[in-house]
Structures are given as structure tokens and as C-alpha cells.
Design a protein around this ligand. Structure first.
Ligand SMILES: *Cc1c(COP(=O)(O)O)cnc(C)c1O
Length: 392
């Protein structure tokens, strides 16, 4: 296939961290230098400032910063006091960190299928998986799209379960209840985790993460756990971990937090343009939100497009990946293997027929370049290349 690329089109990147940094360089550089000068590298005032600002932004009582998003999940589960043998239900179609920490804590992961429209954990599948040993549900706001939290909280309440939101991909998304009430993702469950990995919607320049909760007692417990189980210096009341967000990363995040809504809006704008270009394509399914909306309709913005992920119905997804790469367009397959088929998480209880949707999605999904710096010419080139492939 031949396309004329205008010679001045910016090179297309999956994520353009440099372009984003360039726009806030002065502010970021100064803030980082200030931390270096201050020598308050660990638990410095910047960490506290960022924590407060994130609490205000999210409308949540407690943010507890930690070292990364995987730690955040683990610490949330430790804080809830989950015990070996407790069953924790999570989605089969997600990044492995979610199931990894469940297994690490000797809890029993129970993977369930996802919804074909939102890619998020399937409500009926959760109901079917509940046993007397079930203690928690971990919905993942996959690709930046809020899971159906109202239904999940209802199930949790009826069965006395904890809900831990894995908000690593969904920070800044707004969840709208059927009655119109709006809250931020990560503030609905009993506790939530997020990641500040550089490519996440709110990313730092290294590793970082945080735990959110509205529960004062749980917040207190977790603050001790992240700090070697200490509530009073050199008194170790529980077995904890060492998991900290350093001051340099907090300084960067505090600046980027001010731009988060604008960054998410840039992603949503790019997603709208992608959606418009793919409208009417019979072999392409564009991302969808809850109750059939696009996730970015007039009444809600429940999708912040950490990834922009298509389903390619007929045609060879792997060939499309090749074609895009040949044309200088990076893309990703998130995720190519269902967790229930990963060696580390095999379990004789799993039956292939219980994972019909995930098994289909891993063959069909492709994520296109998505970041805050995409321009119209790039989107036009990407969408034309995809459409030519699926119609050839
Ligand atoms: C990125 C991610 C994590 C892990 O975050 P790290 O900061 O890399 O440890 C966990 N869950 C999901 C869904 C993620 O996307």
C-alpha cells in the first residue's frame, strides 16, 4: 500500500512524552531543582503537597503515595486484612499486576470474563464466581474506561465484599451514576490504587503510585504498612513494606496534576476524531462506554483513553500490526494472552467456555497511538492506513 506522507508530518509515536515535557519544561525543571536544593528527597514537603492536591482533585479523603501501582494494589489488599485462601475476583483481560499481587499474598485469584462492549469485568460473571470464600472484587478501569461501579458496589454490599478499584489506567475519569451524580474513578470502592508510570495518564519521570480511600481507619492502617508497619517510630505493629513516592517524582506530578484535565481532554479529542474516521466501518468496533454511549458523550466522560483500542472483526489483526509498523505507525496489542492462560496463573478450575469474550478479544484488539500531542495530520494518516487495510 502506498500513501503520500507529507514530508513535514511529525513522526508518530505510541506515547509522546518528550512533546508533553517540552511544554512544561521550565516549570518542571525548576521544581526538580528546588527539591535537589532542599535535600528533602524522601517524604519531603513536596510529597505532602502533591498528596493534598490529589485528594482535592479527586474529592477523596485520603491519598497515600507509594512506590508504584503494583505496590499500591498489594498494600490496599494488605490494608483490608485479606487472609491466605480468601478468594479475590478480578478480570481475565487486564495487565498481570492485578492478579500477581493477589497470588503474592497467597490469596486465591478468581479470574472472570469481561464485557465485550466496555472490555471491563462482566457483572454476571462476578455473580457466578462468588463463593463463601470470596472476600473482594478488583475491577480494573481498563484503557481508561470506568467499570460498571454501581452494579459492582451493589453485588459487594449484598455479599459483604470489599471493592478495590485498580485505577492505574483511569485517573481523572468521571463516573456518572444513573441519577446524574458524578464522582471521580477511584473514589467509589472501599479503596483504590493508581500508577504514575511515565506513560499513564498522570505519569511521573520514573516510578510512582498511590492508594486512595475515604475510610479513615483504613487510611491509618495503610500509612503504617507503607512505612515498615510503623505507627510510632521504631514500633512495628504490623508487617509492612517499604514503598515511597520520592520527592522529585512528587514535584513533577504536582505540576502535571494541574494539566491532567487538559491532558485527558486532549486524549478524548483524539478519540473523537478516531471514532469519526472509523464510523460506518463494518469490520471495526470503536471503543464504547457504559450503556452504549461512547464514554465521551454529552452527559458523561467516563473514558479517559489511556489506550484507544479497536476490535478488528474480520481480517487479520496481526497483519494489520505489520502494515501499520511498515508505514511508521506504532501500535500495541493489549493484551495478547488472557491471564487464565498465563503459565503463572493456570488453575484447573478455569474452563475455556467461561472466557469466551476474553478469548475473542485477545485475537481482535489493537491499540492505536494515543497521547496528548497527536495532531490531525497524524490521525488522518493512521485512520486512512487502518481503513485501507480492513477494506482491502
Ligand atoms: C500500569 C498498571 C499497573 C501497575 O503499575 P506499575 O506502576 O507499573 O506497578 C497495575 N494495573 C494496571 C491495570 C496497570 O495498567
Amino acid at each position: 500500500m502506498n500513501f503520500v506522507i507529507s514530508s513535514d508530518m511529525k513522526k508518530i509515536q505510541m506515547v509522546d512524552l518528550k512533546g508533553q515535557y517540552t511544554k512544561i519544561k521550565e516549570e518542571v525543571d525548576q521544581s526538580v531543582l528546588d527539591v535537589i536544593e532542599s535535600t528533602a528527597y524522601i517524604n519531603g514537603p513536596k510529597v505532602h503537597e502533591f498528596q493534598k492536591n490529589l485528594e482535592n482533585y479527586l474529592g477523596v479523603k485520603h491519598v497515600i503515595p507509594c512506590a508504584n501501582g503494583t505496590d499500591a494494589l498489594q498494600i490496599a489488599m494488605m490494608g483490608l486484612g485479606l487472609k491466605p485462601g480468601d478468594e479475590v475476583i478480578t478480570a481475565d483481560f487486564t495487565f498481570a499486576a492485578t492478579v500477581e499481587v493477589i497470588a503474592l499474598l497467597n490469596l486465591t485469584p478468581v479470574l472472570v470474563d469481561v464485557d465485550p462492549v466496555t472490555f471491563n469485568i462482566d457483572i454476571d460473571a462476578i455473580k457466578k464466581a462468588i463463593t463463601p470464600k470470596t472476600k473482594a472484587i478488583v475491577p480494573v478501569h481498563l484503557f481508561g474506561m470506568c467499570a460498571n461501579m454501581e452494579a459492582i458496589m451493589e453485588i459487594a454490599e449484598a455479599n459483604d465484599l470489599y471493592v478495590i478499584e485498580d485505577n492505574a489506567q483511569g485517573i481523572g475519569a468521571t463516573y456518572t451514576y444513573p441519577d446524574g451524580r458524578k464522582v471521580k474513578s477511584g473514589t467509589i470502592g472501599h479503596v483504590a490504587s493508581t500508577s504514575f508510570f511515565p506513560s499513564k495518564n498522570l505519569g511521573c519521570y520514573g516510578d510512582g503510585g498511590a492508594i486512595f480511600t475515604n475510610d479513615d481507619d483504613l487510611a491509618h492502617t495503610i500509612r503504617g504498612i507503607v512505612n515498615h508497619g510503623m505507627y510510632v517510630r521504631y514500633h512495628h505493629d504490623v508487617v509492612g513494606v517499604n514503598s515511597r513516592l520520592d520527592s522529585v517524582q512528587a514535584a513533577i506530578l504536582d505540576i502535571k496534576l494541574k494539566h491532567l484535565d487538559q491532558y485527558n481532554l486532549a486524549r478524548q479529542t483524539a478519540a473523537r476524531k478516531y471514532n469519526a474516521a472509523f464510523a460506518g466501518e463494518a469490520n471495526i468496533v470503536t471503543p464504547s462506554g457504559l450503556s452504549g454511549c461512547s464514554g465521551i458523550c454529552d452527559t458523561c466522560d467516563c473514558h479517559v483513553f489511556h489506550q484507544y483500542t479497536l476490535r478488528i472483526l474480520k481480517g487479520d489483526r496481526d497483519e494489520l500490526v505489520k502494515t501499520l509498523n511498515e508505514n511508521g505507525i506504532p501500535c500495541g496489542v493489549y493484551y495478547p494472552i488472557p491471564l487464565h492462560r498465563q503459565k503463572a496463573y493456570l488453575d484447573t478450575r478455569y474452563k475455556e467456555e467461561d472466557f469466551e469474550i476474553t478469548n475473542q478479544l485477545v485475537k481482535e484488539v489493537i491499540s492505536l497511538p494515543m497521547h496528548t500531542e497527536l495532531d490531525d495530520e497524524q490521525i488522518e494518516f493512521i485512520t486512512t492506513t487502518v481503513k485501507n487495510f480492513v477494506n482491502s
